[in-house]
Write a protein that binds this ligand. Structure first.
Ligand code: CTP
Length: 439
């Protein structure tokens, strides 16, 4: 035991969370099972910003504990016997019913302490039940091996089996054994994420293992690599992380076209610093279609300078979602053809832009150099795309026009006239319409 976090736990987490932890710990005590909060939650608690999410590790049968909790409080249990893990749906239980809005979670994950071995590099691990120390040894970095015991009189005991506390104090990201990156090459990406997030340093003994382990990145599935890059793009310091990945040769190990240069970094910056609140990152995530969010806008800002061919090839390695791939290709094409927009009439700009995903237009407008083309994209985002004639198909019918494709043609001509300011008010629109109809 390396100290006691009882007070810190009580002070830093909500009373609903504490209540939940205490009930689970009480049940574990009755069954004689030592139980611990392990990993990221303890790390962040010690750094002074505890998260909401925690993993509970039981020295013994976690599925049995979940079953006991469900018989006492209700709620469904989903068990994975192969891994000795259980998910207890607390929202369906008596605790969740009362406090769901404060507990702020639906499931509680209970894990039996286990050891892991890797049959071959980058494989998914083979699992055996074990002690807390075994469970900690299978983890990525020392800073993630701190555990707080919760059952009975042990409540709050900090267990630091592998030097995590000193590394946390010293600001070091350090792996636990020399094969760690080979066993799981995603850890190289995780190391960079923690380093920049906490302004830590990757310890020298850990960093020197990266060049040799880079070769194993090719064995990772597209989903696993993309997940790591997604997590990085979600972080406020994403640009710092990506440039570190680039310097460590980790991006080109994913794909030769993947890199992070000064122009990319500046695009991230300009997106952050845009003075127009309508065009800020968050706003774009809201206005762009619902299946494209902040993370995807970051993907666009990053990769829009790649050619369509490079994006297609990268997609084979990373398996982008279909909407993201479409937006990436559109951003690349839009950026390449951007200078032309400076010389087009508004209606011509709109005709081209209406065919593109809004997220692509938003991202390129953030990234474009100051000038008429950028102005055109911004005006499209804020104004032009909303311009519609007052006249509707209904009105055309009332004017005795036979319904058909000519409706679209007339309505488009009216919209274009508004955009190009040939029409300035409703009377002008009426006059223009009559002219179009030859009346
Ligand atoms: N872990 C690991 N190797 C990985 C992924 C995860 O050893 N490739 C371990 C780490 O000990 C980590 C725990 O599993 O603490 C939970 O993983 P995750 O939820 O991804 O990390 P957090 O510690 O919660 O960190 P973050 O704040 O980034 O989510």
């Amino acid at each position: 035991m390396a100290g006691n976090l009882s007070d810190s736990l009580k002070k830093n987490i909500s009373s609903a969370q504490l209540d939940l932890i205490q009930r689970v710990a009480g049940e574990a005590s009755l069954l004689g099972l030592p139980i611990y909060i392990v990993g990221g939650f303890v790390r962040d608690l010690l750094l002074g910003h505890p998260g909401l999410d925690f993993d509970l590790v039981v020295e013994g049968d976690a599925i049995k504990l979940a079953g006991s909790l469900a018989s006492r409080y209700g709620g469904r249990v989903t068990a994975h016997t192969k891994f000795g893990t259980a998910k207890w749906n607390i929202r369906e239980s008596e605790i969740g019913n009362r406090k769901s809005e404060i507990v702020n979670r639906v499931f509680l994950d209970l894990i039996s302490a286990r050891s892991e071995t890797y049959k071959y590099p980058a494989a998914l691990p083979t699992v055996r039940m074990g002690s807390l120390a075994d469970d900690l040894r299978r983890r990525d970095f020392t800073i993630n091996t701190l555990a707080v015991r919760l059952d009975g009189a042990h409540f709050g005991e900090l267990h630091d089996e592998l030097g995590g506390f000193d590394d946390l104090k010293g600001g070091w990201v350090r792996i636990l054994h020399p094969r760690s990156f080979v066993d799981d090459p995603t850890r190289m990406f995780r190391a960079v994420r923690y380093e920049a997030r906490y302004r830590f340093k990757i310890a020298k003994d850990t960093r020197t293992l990266i060049p040799e382990a880079r070769a194993y990145i090719s064995a990772l599935s597209p989903q696993r690599v993309r997940h790591e890059l997604d997590l990085i793009l979600d972080e406020p310091n994403a640009a710092l992380m990506l440039s570190r990945l680039d310097k460590l040769g980790l991006l080109e190990s994913v794909h030769p076209a993947l890199h992070f240069d000064g122009s990319m970094r500046r695009r991230f910056e300009s997106a952050k610093n845009t003075s127009n609140p309508e065009l800020s990152n968050d706003r774009i995530s809201n206005i762009a279609s619902s299946n494209i969010g902040f993370r995807d806008v970051r993907w666009l800002l990053w990769l829009m300078t790649l050619s369509g061919r490079e994006i297609t090839s990268l997609n084979k390695r990373l398996h982008f979602t279909a909407p993201l791939l479409k937006s990436l290709l559109a951003s690349s094409k839009l950026l390449a053809g951007l200078p032309a927009f400076a010389h087009l009439k508004p209606s011509q700009c709109v005709e081209r832009l209406d065919a593109l995903p809004l997220s692509s237009i938003a991202a390129v407008s953030l990234a474009a150099p100051r000038g008429e083309a950028k102005q055109a994209l911004e005006t499209y985002m804020l104004k032009w795309r909303h311009v519609k004639p007052k006249t509707t198909g209904h009105d055309l019918k009332n004017l005795g026009l036979e319904p058909g494709p000519q409706y679209q043609v007339i309505l488009r001509k009216l919209r274009n006239a508004w955009l190009d300011e040939k029409i300035k008010d409703e009377r002008g629109e009426q006059a223009f319409l009559m002219q179009l109809l030859g009346r």
